[in-house]
Design a protein around this ligand. Structure first.
Ligand SMILES: NC(=O)c1ccc[n+]([C@@H]2O[C@H](COP(=O)([O-])OP(=O)(O)OC[C@H]3O[C@@H](n4cnc5c(N)ncnc54)[C@H](OP(=O)(O)O)[C@@H]3O)[C@@H](O)[C@H]2O)c1
Length: 338
């Protein structure tokens, strides 16, 4: 296939480009080149999508497939205006942040309620808390359906993406923490559900979708698992035999200002229940039936750990620092023994 990736200079887009090259496809990545470089073997064309006409020259290039990762409504609109009629297959990487109900487990893309589209004066997520992110993706999904019409389009609502080159502090926190071993603060209950997708599996599915002309809207997520299986699986993948998990109740953590999900003083992949019980417990069956394959957790752990070792300066440091974690563990034990 001749594939045009709108992106390709970081994480998922780069993983799609790298795998497409490895599979023998002809790969072009269009981006500014600000976020990074495209993988070896992919063609890089510098483009700034703030220019509405920037992608017009690609219309006559005869691409079989486009993969777009944008979060910006105008960028999607201009890309579709220029290219929707000229390529065989269109994949848009959306997000599970489009959903309005984060409480109910077991939902699928077919039946879950959505946020409203972004207001007309909002073009892209705003500020450090990425306000309007989900709404902008809803708007872009609508544009894809509208402007592609009956031509095949794949809307892939990714869940938490993990693996090598992860620019977030989420999965890498647990790799770093469990590699250090000792007593590890594990948030919530062992049975709490967590869910994610390996970046290489998602890349593989996007290419499979283009090749098979898959059409429709799906969640891009692997099967949910318990947090105990995640943390023991990460430790096992690292060979971290001396890591011991101490489970700490969510109310204790919240009362001590430990944050959820991501960022400074946060415990990644932890969200309060039952408010967020649907976030990491969606039904993966439609994705698996449509061709998503899921590698072993140990493979994801090893790929992430290898990248963290090879490129330490690229790894975002977040979560609890060791002294803070030790103090919380000590206080928890004191409360338990009182
Ligand atoms: N990470 C997760 O856990 C997660 C979860 C759910 C969904 N998602 C979605 O998955 C996708 C991830 O994409 P990604 O990993 O490839 O990273 P990304 O940060 O979304 O990449 C954005 C790409 O667009 C390019 N770009 C940005 N501004 C541009 C401009 N003005 N002109 C041309 N190109 C521009 C960037 O390249 P340059 O800066 O070099 O131009 C980069 O390659 C996103 O859509 C995200 O919403 C992610």
């Amino acid at each position: 296939m001749r594939i045009l990736i709108l992106g390709g200079t970081r994480f998922l887009g780069r993983a799609v480009a790298r795998l497409a090259v490895a599979q023998g496809h002809d790969v072009t990545c269009a981006a500014r080149g600000v976020s990074g470089v495209v993988p070896t073997g992919a063609r890089f064309v510098p483009v700034d999508r703030d220019d509405p006409e920037a992608l017009v020259p690609f219309a006559s290039a005869g691409f079989d497939a486009v993969v777009d990762v944008t979060r910006q409504v105008s960028h999607a609109r201009h890309a579709l205006a220029a290219l929707a009629d000229h390529v065989g297959h269109w994949s848009f990487v959306s997000t599970i942040s489009v959903y309005a109900d984060n409480t109910t487990p077991g939902q699928t893309a077919a039946d879950a309620p959505l946020l409203s589209p972004a207001p007309p004066d909002v073009d892209a997520p705003v500020g450090p808390d990425h306000r309007w992110y989900g709404e902008c993706k809803v708007s872009i999904e609508r544009l894809v359906r509208e402007l592609r019409g009956a031509r095949p389009s794949f809307i892939c609502r990714a869940g938490l993406i993990v693996g090598a080159e992860d620019p977030s502090d989420r999965f890498p926190y647990w790799v770093r923490r469990l590699a250090r071993g000792g007593e590890v603060l594990a948030p919530g209950r062992p049975t709490d559900r967590v869910q994610f997708v390996d970046v290489a599996d998602l890349a593989d599915w996007l290419l499979h979708a283009a090749d098979s002309r898959l059409a429709g809207t799906y969640d891009g997520i692997g099967p949910a698992m318990s947090r105990a299986d995640l943390l023991t699986g990460v430790a096992a993948g690292l060979g971290a035999t001396d890591a011991r998990l101490t489970w700490i109740d969510q109310d204790f953590l919240s009362a001590h200002d430990v944050r959820e999900w991501s960022g400074e003083r946060a415990l990644p992949l932890w969200v309060r229940l039952p408010e967020w019980a649907g976030l990491m417990d969606r039904d993966a069956r439609p994705a698996l039936d449509a061709g998503l394959t899921v590698r072993q957790l140990s493979d994801t752990v090893r790929a992430t750990a290898s990248w963290m070792t090879a490129r330490p300066d690229d790894v975002r440091q977040g979560g609890l620092d060791p002294a803070d974690e030790a103090a919380l563990l000590k206080e928890w034990q004191a409360v338990r023994n009182a």
